[in-house]
Design a protein around this ligand. Sequence first.
Ligand code: ADP
Ligand code: NI
Length: 215
Amino acid sequence: MYRERITAIEMEIREFHGQDSSGHDWQHIERVRSMALHLQKAEGGDPFIIEATALLHDLDDWKLGKEENEELHRTKKLLTRLQVESSLINQLCEIIKTISFKGAGEKSQCPNIEAEIVQDADRLDAIGAIGIARAFAFGGNRNRALYIPEQKANYHASFEEYKKDEGHTIKHFYEKLLLLKDRMNTPTAKKIAQERHAFMEVFLEQFFEEWKIKS
Ligand code: ADP
Ligand code: NI
């Protein structure tokens, strides 16, 4: 039952994320799943809940759909079609809702260890070398500039403010990516985040150094 359900969810998710070019492709989902299961080995939590929510976590993400999706319509529809019990659907949705980053000033409260782990795994994929690559992929997908020196970073106090910002990609490092290491939930993720964070600092230092050279 466990494996069959995961396989069925996986097949649908592969299809959904297949064409994405904004850093939310199937490989992102697959890395989040692997990292979440890796964290589970050290931190505990229910492996089915962790694997299922890792697979489903971006299906209704606001960045990927035009329609209002805070109610997780796609996720509920998929799980209902797979005949998952409604109490389990609610449990999975409760976790998925808390995972996404909603701006520097919006502190998300994870309801359980499963949510903490999947949020950590998702956030680890937003930092380090892969995180850098994903940020510029997202920026390109949305026609955003790499860097505009005059445009300073904002501390977004609310999700609404965060959502409507369409600034350059370097700004996003200061508004989200560099904040993540101090917002990891589990000790195992905190450790992995240190190294990835340090790499982003080196990257930014080099980026600004190269930007300065005019002739
Ligand atoms: P979350 O749900 O926490 O936002 P996701 O898995 O949906 O996490 O992916 C978020 C990723 O999308 C970021 O880490 C980054 O790569 C990209 N992204 C989102 N907003 C921006 C932005 N304004 N500029 C550049 N990249 C962005
Ligand atoms: Ni994600």
